[in-house]
Design a protein around this ligand. Structure first.
Ligand code: J2J
Length: 544
């Protein structure tokens, strides 16, 4: 219910008209997208997982997924959940992920996409900030009891009324399997309205939420499906956490459904789980972050599993080293497609017919001819082609503002609506982008984004911490890991690194955000104007 007052800038009318006239925005909602596919090929399999009893295979056809979405939408409506309501969805890679999000899309309720790794700190924030009325969880995942987490979150979130559990034992909550009811007639949604809230990698104290519309996201799915050559025979293996923007849309599970293909949910990224699934399900395409690509490259030669159906491996989320890129085809026998994307919008791909050197050395070019790219200096002045600078972008599927964050929007967007990506890039003469670095205060830990300020705030909550700065440092496997430089508070009990890590974890922060390393210092290096220099910290100069 629209009782949370918020201001979210959207595309000015002249841009919306242009994007419609150009045919980018087709006026198709997610609800209609699934319905038309189910009508065209009801008996084709839409989604497969291994989450049946005892890990049994489940396969739902398009007709089944469509009906399940209708039935779940009816059951949720009967519980008072409706258009505009926010629902935090925290599910692992199971078929119900798609059932839930399509049910919410049909209701016009907004999924808020949480990751399975999120804990009390993140989830409570999502619930309170969005005024979420429901929270959807697995019972136990990766040895962690999400029902216990939900109990805590429920106590802290005044608007939260429902917790739905996917799994065998709902505990004190309602089993999602008991919710579905006879379908009720629901009006199709307005394609220009917000369909869901995606998470920003973020560089601020609290994560920002990204409002994506049916029109803009369905266009990015269509563009992605074309560029990745998806069709009804494509089988996409969803390896990364399903809610993340990359496995959701590049081309991801939703792009695969757009193309009428089959989504296979992979419960874990390890080769001994993923490789048998590739063989057994005839997987043709998948997407990985660089550290996982490296693990697969090392495991594939000599592995017992036939991976010959795999045509395309997308790699993105963090910079892929050229040397690793060169090893993809020899090791896995498939075409590498680099992808440089962001949940805020812009997605670049190398094309399947790009020459091999371009595929190995660039992060691709944008989906849309209407994606506007600017590479600028610190004063927002355009740089010549080939020079490295800040990437600004605007286009038919890049947001014009975060959800309910006016102050932050004023900094994160230019006055004329370009999103400041925080990435440092250069353009090649062919129009491909090369990611050279980052200006935002973030750690990219093997594709998982950590906002330094968020972690610093948790460290600062410790009574023995006077000051804290979190920066990236090189890691041979992850690319980057996080290092916290901490100044102890004089006259307090001398806290050590393990206790400080435990403190942060116990505050309910996702494990991947807990600093990999903590270094105690007496002072931080400063810049000429007396600000703390993260650049010098990264270079290792804190005085101890
Ligand atoms: C270097 N940095 C990259 C790449 C993303 C597809 C693929 C990835 C994401 C994603 C996504 C990179 N090389 N190939 O949403 O649809 C860094 C940049 C970028 C940030 C966005 C998709 N690919 N990055 O990673 O919202 O810094 O989206 O701004 O999680 O990841 O992070 P995120």
């Amino acid at each position: 219910s629209g009782d949370v007052p918020y201001t979210t800038p959207t595309w000015p009318a002249e841009f919306a008209e242009r994007y419609r006239a150009a045919g980018w925005w087709e006026g198709v909602t997610f609800g209609t997208m699934l319905r038309t596919r189910a009508g065209a090929h009801p008996d084709r399999v839409a989604v497969v997982d291994r989450a049946g009893p005892g890990g049994a295979r489940r396969a739902w056809t398009y007709a089944e997924l469509d009906l399940r979405a209708d039935r779940l939408a009816a059951g949720l409506a009967a519980r008072g959940i409706g258009a505009g309501d926010r629902v935090v969805v925290q599910l692992p890679n199971v078929a119900e992920f798609l059932e839930v999000v399509f049910a919410l899309f049909r209701l016009g309720a907004l999924p808020v996409f949480a990751l399975p790794a999120h804990r009390e700190s993140e989830i409570s924030y999502f619930c309170s900030f969005t005024g979420a009325v429901a929270y959807v969880i697995p019972d136990v995942h990766g040895g962690f009891d999400h029902r216990a987490l939900a109990t805590t979150v429920l106590a802290r979130s005044p608007e939260l009324r429902h917790v739905f559990v996917v799994g065998e034992d709902a505990g004190p909550f309602e089993a999602l399997a008991d919710v579905p009811a006879e379908p009720v007639g629901l009006p199709d949604r307005d394609p220009s309205e917000t369909a869901f809230l995606q998470l920003s990698g973020g560089s601020t104290g609290v994560p920002k939420l990204i409002p994506r519309t049916h029109d803009d996201y369905v266009y990015s799915l269509r563009g992605s499906a074309e560029i990745c050559a998806l069709d009804e025979d494509s089988v996409y293996l969803c390896v990364l956490p399903a809610a993340h923007n990359f496995p959701l849309s590049s081309p991801g599970s939703l792009g695969t459904l757009y193309a009428g293909g089959r989504v296979v949910m992979c419960p874990q990224p390890a080769p001994d789980v993923a490789f048998p699934l590739i063989r057994d399900e005839g997987v043709t395409i998948t997407g990985l972050v660089p550290p996982l690509a490296l693990v697969w490259i090392d495991a594939a030669p000599g592995s017992a599993y036939d991976l010959s159906t795999l045509d395309v491996l997308l790699v993105g989320g963090a910079r892929l080293a050229d040397e690793v890129a060169r090893r993809v085809r020899p090791a896995l026998g498939c075409t590498l497609q680099q992808v440089f994307g962001m949940a805020e919008g812009l997605v670049c791909y190398t094309r399947l017919d790009d020459d091999p050197e371009t595929v190995v050395t660039t992060q691709g070019r944008p989906i849309s001819p209407d994606d506007e790219i600017r590479v600028v200096d610190d004063e927002d002045e355009d740089l010549p082609v080939g020079a490295t600078g800040h990437l600004l972008t605007r286009g038919p599927y890049t947001i014009r503002g975060y959800w309910n964050a006016p102050e932050h929007n004023a900094r994160a967007f230019t006055e004329d609506g370009f999103y400041r990506t925080g990435d440092l890039v250069r353009l090649t003469p062919s129009g491909h982008l090369v990611v050279e670095g980052r200006a935002k205060d973030q750690i990219n830990r093997g594709g998982e984004k950590i906002a330094a300020e968020e972690v610093e705030n948790h460290l600062l909550a410790h009574p023995s911490v006077h000051d804290a700065n979190v920066v990236a440092e090189p890691d041979p496997y992850l690319g980057e890991r996080s290092c916290a430089y901490v100044i102890r508070r004089p006259g307090t009990e001398e806290v050590e690194a393990p206790a400080l890590k435990r403190f942060v974890r116990e505050r309910g922060l996702a494990a991947y955000k807990v600093p990999d390393r903590i270094v105690f210092a007496d002072a931080f290096p400063t810049t000429g104007v007396g600000k703390i220099s993260k650049k010098d910290l990264r270079a290792g100069s804190a005085s101890a």
